[in-house]
Design a protein around this ligand. Structure first.
Ligand code: NAD
Length: 499
């Protein structure tokens, strides 16, 4: 596309020169990056791009993670990156660029605005304007998984206080900076009282520091259902990683604009902005892809950099383009659209509308005064006060598959170990109590959690080892242990179902 100039009369903002790292990626990436950069150049002429290579070309050059050191250097130098979609090659040995970037750069917050553009783009919910703030690093995504027996696999769910504090604070800072009135936290703390309970507790603590913003908590299942049916009740939603992953796709799909959605990955030192969709290899090179997802990511990047004027100009010109029925093939509808255009022609249409505002859709005015740091807290949370921690017992997990998996048999064998200083409190199977007592109907696998509580003060490491030795000497296969602690006298472990 030859350089398209902004319309006569449009005066782009003259901001201090700033360079960002940009990587086009694979598939439709180069086309949508070209279109997006053309619009950025027209609205923000002092913004420069440091081009970096991620994705297939980097994989082919021997970088198993799909990016080389030069990409880290570019991000470290410029602080932000605009990234096109990546095709992750099939087969072993390759790592996802997105996961690698997210984890190595500590991009702890994933931000996804889900907005409907009814009636210009078909939407299940015409009045939707919700921002999902998803924790991006912890939870089951730590990727710590084990197989422990023939039948049982586990995935460790890690929730940390510093992790909760920074994501929740980020959600409130974002709400305040963007004039949003309410933050809703969604967890499953009715079931996961310790992990999700911590997320909820930290939310309540931090919410108290933001009296100007309404704060609510909902259980994630009903919360997801309500996002789908009554999105107008929500404003900003903050949630742990796995729920946020699912919820943000539900919300984007309900808004009807997954192809129009951008997302931001924010860290303490740097940030990465990208479209929500993938590399769409089926339409690559055809000049029919919609560049809007990457463009909306670029708008988020400008806001993050404090370049509010070009961000508002681009967003409003884009809304006006949609309103006028100038649509790429993916959102084009007979009757509702006026003109079907290709990728670069769509960008040209947006550029031609710079300086115009939408007539029916709500216009956007990003506040000039939003400093980048207001939406990216740059200090780590204060260290937690150390609680008094006391060992009170141990859960020993056994892989046991004998004698019809009768819990009474296993219980009797453990009682006969003749342990001093320990009491067998309960045996569970998949978390459900099966000994003493229990129900014949409970499904029993080959994986048993046997809870031993100390009977005489705090057990020493030697007593702990003696317990495990006794179990091994009895011919039982202990596949893992979990120490049971009290913190300041409060139990730091969950009770078994039925205990
Ligand atoms: P996809 O999002 O690439 O495509 C799904 C469908 O949507 C396709 O029919 C495609 O043509 C269409 N589509 C997507 N973006 C479009 C756009 N901008 N304009 C018009 N139509 C568009 O998902 P997929 O096919 O499951 O994945 C393709 C590749 O992308 C895979 O290698 C996957 O791993 C990768 N991927 C990358 C990212 C990322 O880099 N952030 C995200 C998702 C998928």
């Amino acid at each position: 596309m030859s350089a398209v100039l902004a319309p006569r009369g449009y005066e782009p903002a003259r901001l201090p020169a700033r360079t960002v790292a940009a990587a086009a990626g694979d598939g439709i990436g180069p086309e949508i990056m070209q279109a997006t950069q053309a619009i950025l150049r027209a609205a923000d002429p002092t913004l420069g791009f440091h081009e970096a290579v991620v994705g297939l070309r980097a994989y082919e050059a021997g970088h198993a993670a799909g990016l080389g050191q030069d990409v880290y250097d570019a991000i470290a130098e410029h602080g932000v990156m605009l990234k096109g979609p990546i095709t992750t090659p099939q087969g072993g040995g390759y790592k996802s660029v997105n996961v690698t970037l997210r984890k190595t750069l500590g991009l702890y917050a994933n931000l996804r605005p889900c907005v409907s553009h009814h009636p210009f783009v078909a939407s299940l919910q015409p009045r939707m304007d919700v921002v999902i703030v998803r924790e991006n690093e912890e939870d089951t995504y730590a990727g710590i998984e084990h197989r422990q027996s023939d039948e049982v696999y586990q995935c460790l769910k890690l929730i940390t206080r510093p992790g909760c504090e920074r994501i929740v604070r980020y959600a409130f800072e974002y709400a305040r900076a963007h004039g949003r009135k309410q933050v809703t936290c969604m967890t499953k703390d009715n079931i996961m009282k310790l992990t999700d309970g911590l997320f909820h507790k930290v939310f309540d603590e931090i919410a108290a520091e933001y009296p100007d913003i309404a704060a609510h908590h909902m259980i994630i299942d009903i919360g997801t259902a309500r996002i789908a049916t009554r999105p107008q009740d929500f404003d900003v939603v903050v949630t742990p990683n796995l729920y946020g992953d699912i919820l943000s796709d539900v919300a984007a799909e309900v808004a009807g604009s997954i192809g129009l959605a951008g997302s931001a990955n924010i860290g303490r030192d740097c940030a990465m902005f990208e479209a929500v969709h993938g590399s769409a290899p089926d339409i690559a090179g055809m000049d029919i892809a919609n560049p809007s997802g990457l463009l909306m990511a670029a708008v988020m990047m400008l806001v993050h950099l404090g370049r509010a004027r070009p961000a508002s100009d681009i967003h409003n010109a884009w809304l006006r383009t949609l309103e006028e029925g100038i649509h790429t093939a993916d959102v084009h509808r007979e009757g509702a659209s006026r003109q079907r255009v290709g990728t670069q022609a769509f960008a040209q249409a947006v550029i031609e509308r710079l300086g115009q505002r939408p007539r029916r859709l709500p216009a956007v005015d990003y506040p000039e005064s939003v400093p980048a740091r207001a939406v990216a807290p740059d200090s780590l949370p204060a260290p937690v006060r150390r609680a008094e921690k006391r060992l009170v017992g141990v859960d020993v997990f056994l892989n046991w598959d004998e004698q019809g998996r009768d819990p009474k048999v296993l219980g009797a064998r453990l009682e006969q170990l003749g342990l001093t200083g320990w009491r067998l409190a309960v045996i569970t199977n998949r978390g459900v109590k099966v000994y003493p007592g229990g129900h014949a109907e409970t499904l029993r696998t080959d994986h048993w959690r046997c809870r031993f509580l100390a009977t005489a003060g705090t057990p020493t490491p030697v007593e702990l080892t003696q317990l495990l030795m006794a179990i091994a000497n009895a011919g039982l296969d202990a596949v893992k242990t979990e120490n049971l602690y009290e913190f300041d006298g409060v139990r730091g472990y969950s009770q078994a179902q039925g205990e």
